[in-house]
Structures are given as structure tokens and as C-alpha cells.
Design a protein around this ligand. Structure first.
Ligand SMILES: Nc1ncnc2c1ncn2[C@@H]1O[C@H](COP(=O)(O)OP(=O)(O)OP(=O)(O)O)[C@@H](O)[C@H]1O
Length: 287
């Protein structure tokens, strides 16, 4: 993966049928979404690596303005799913539309697990955050103003004059997330964004991400390996089966935000987590 700030990157390569712009989907029953107008509509998605079929005729609706956690057995295809939606890897067949539009027509962000390779070490944190605006040829004064406005709105309290190598892992990942948000993406993809952080930083970053989500209202799709984290952060947990992956369950998490330490012992949270664990274990046993 290169270090291009992905918030401004879009790719037409994720489409087997790029001529579907604006086409209404057939009335396939949506998976998930609970009747809300979907933000992302996936139909007939297929993907294989060699002889291994990861997705076969996979359908999914992702609701707008929600944080979706993707969870499932190791190697089931979680990263492959968000990478296909984000156009980082091509699909073999199927259609992915964003409110009827192609990925190339929308602004999106992608936050990688490895923040060390994602940030430019020679740039101050502030300039890293502003960089996607430079790529978009936004004038310097406006870049500064928009970056300052974002920092202000999110209430981030770190010294953005520092270079990444003078920051903690969590701070660097926070800078990566802000860089993805600076272009005001319609959707943000996060692939295990905290897995390279120590536990203290992970807890800090969960709170930061929740805050950013509440503040921005951006649709977010997060791959997580930690069930508690997946449920804690989500409006819905997408539970995948072993590959070829299907939706084992798409569980709404209606626990009020902002969530905090007390959420972890909230009976509804505990019940939902137990339910997700049961579905997960059933899928693991199926293997
Ligand atoms: N570029 C590739 N070439 C060949 N096989 C691949 C490639 N990318 C992924 N795979 C395989 O496809 C399957 C799904 O991979 P993916 O990384 O999407 O799973 P995941 O659920 O995110 O995995 P994990 O839980 O280990 O993070 C795995 O078996 C993986 O080995």
C-alpha cells in the first residue's frame, strides 16, 4: 500500500460493470439497513483469490451516517470487503454504488492499520492533515483555514506542529484519521486502525474515533479483530461467515452515545456482545 493520502483517491477499478451509474437496482431484498435509505448498495459481489472463493454473489446495504463494524473469523474476507468497496482491489463481478453513484464520483477516506507508513515523516502533523487539500489544488490560505476549522471542531488537543516521529502511535493514528476527514468524505473506511497500538492508546483512540464520528456524522466502516471494540463503537455489527463470506448477522447496537466505561457493563451492551459472540462461534465451528 502506498502512502498517498487516500481521502482524495478514487478508483474506477472496483467495478466489473462501470456502466451502471444511476441505474436502479433490481428489488433484491436488502441485507441490513432496517428500512433506511442505504448509503452503499452492494449487489452480486464476487471475488476469488486463485481457487479460493472469498465472495460469491454477495449483497449488502450499508446505511448512511452509521458506524458499521465488520467482524468475523480469521481470513473470512473483512479487509477484502472494505478494500473492494474502497476500490483498492478490483471485484470479479458485482456492483457497488454510493447513493447511486460510482466511487470515482464521491469523496472517501481510508485509514490504514500501519500509520507509520501512512504519514509523511518530513511534514509536520498539521501539513500531513492538510495534504489531501493540496492534492485537490485548494489554495494555501483555504487549506490552512479548513484544517484549523477541522481541528477546532474535533477539539483535538495535540501539538500539530510536531513531526510524526515526535508523536506517540495513537497521536499519529489520530493525525491519519484527521487527514482522511479533512476533505469531508462521505464515507470513511478503517482497517483495524488500532491494532498496532498498545492497550492504553487503543482505549484513547476508541474515544477519539467515537467523538469524531459523533461530530462528523460520516458513514464509517471499520474492520476490527476485537469483539468488544466492534460492538462498543458500532451502530451495527456486520458478522461475516467463513468464506465464501455471507452475512451471518447484521446486529443493530442501539446503546446510547456517547458510550464510556459504564457502557461495558450496560445489560443491553452485554447482551448484544454475547449474541455476536454466539454467532461468531457458530461460524467458526462451521469451518
Ligand atoms: N492478494 C491476495 N492474494 C491471495 N490471497 C489473498 C489476498 N488477499 C487476501 N487473500 C486471502 O483471502 C482471504 C481473505 O483475506 P482478508 O484479508 O480479506 O481476510 P480478513 O477477514 O480481513 O483476515 P484477518 O482476520 O486475518 O485480518 C484470506 O484467506 C487471505 O489469505
Amino acid at each position: 500500500m502506498d502512502a498517498t493520502p487516500d481521502a482524495v483517491r478514487s478508483s474506477p477499478t472496483g467495478y466489473a460493470s462501470p456502466d451502471h451509474h444511476g441505474e436502479e437496482f433490481p428489488s433484491t431484498p436488502p441485507v441490513g439497513g432496517a428500512g433506511k435509505r442505504p448509503h452503499v448498495t452492494i449487489r452480486g459481489l464476487s471475488k476469488r483469490f486463485g481457487r479460493t472463493v472469498i465472495y460469491d454473489d454477495f449483497d449488502l446495504d450499508i446505511p448512511r451516517g452509521e458506524l458499521i463494524s465488520v467482524f468475523g473469523p480469521n481470513g473470512c474476507g473483512k479487509s477484502t470487503l472494505i478494500n473492494m468497496i474502497a476500490g483498492l482491489i478490483p471485484v470479479d463481478a458485482g456492483r457497488i454504488l454510493f447513493d447511486g453513484m460510482l466511487l470515482s464520483e464521491i469523496k472517501f477516506g481510508y485509514v490504514f492499520q500501519n500509520y507509520r507508513e501512512a504519514l509523511f515523516p518530513w511534514m509536520r502533523a498539521f501539513d500531513n492533515i492538510a495534504y489531501p487539500l493540496k492534492l485537490m489544488k485548494v489554495p494555501a490560505a483555504e487549506r490552512k483555514a479548513r484544517t484549523e476549522a477541522l481541528v477546532e471542531r474535533l477539539g483535538v488537543k495535540i501539538d500539530l506542529n510536531l513531526h510524526p516521529y515526535h508523536m506517540s502511535g495513537g497521536q499519529q493514528q489520530l493525525v491519519s484519521i484527521m487527514r482522511a476527514l479533512v476533505v469531508e468524505p462521505e464515507i470513511l473506511f478503517l482497517d483495524e486502525p488500532f491494532s498496532a497500538l498498545d492497550y492504553e492508546m487503543t482505549l484513547f483512540m476508541r474515544e477519539q474515533l467515537q467523538k469524531l464520528f459523533i461530530e462528523s456524522g460520516t458513514t464509517m466502516v471499520l474492520v476490527s479483530h476485537d469483539l468488544e471494540e466492534a460492538v462498543y463503537l458500532a451502530d451495527r455489527v456486520l458478522l461475516l461467515s467463513r468464506h465464501p463470506a455471507r452475512v451471518a448477522d447484521f446486529v443493530p447496537v442501539s446503546v446510547a452515545r456517547p458510550r464510556g466505561d459504564e457502557t461495558l457493563s450496560d445489560p443491553e451492551f452485554v447482551r448484544l456482545k454475547a449474541h455476536c459472540l454466539e454467532v461468531f462461534q457458530r461460524e467458526v465451528r462451521r469451518g
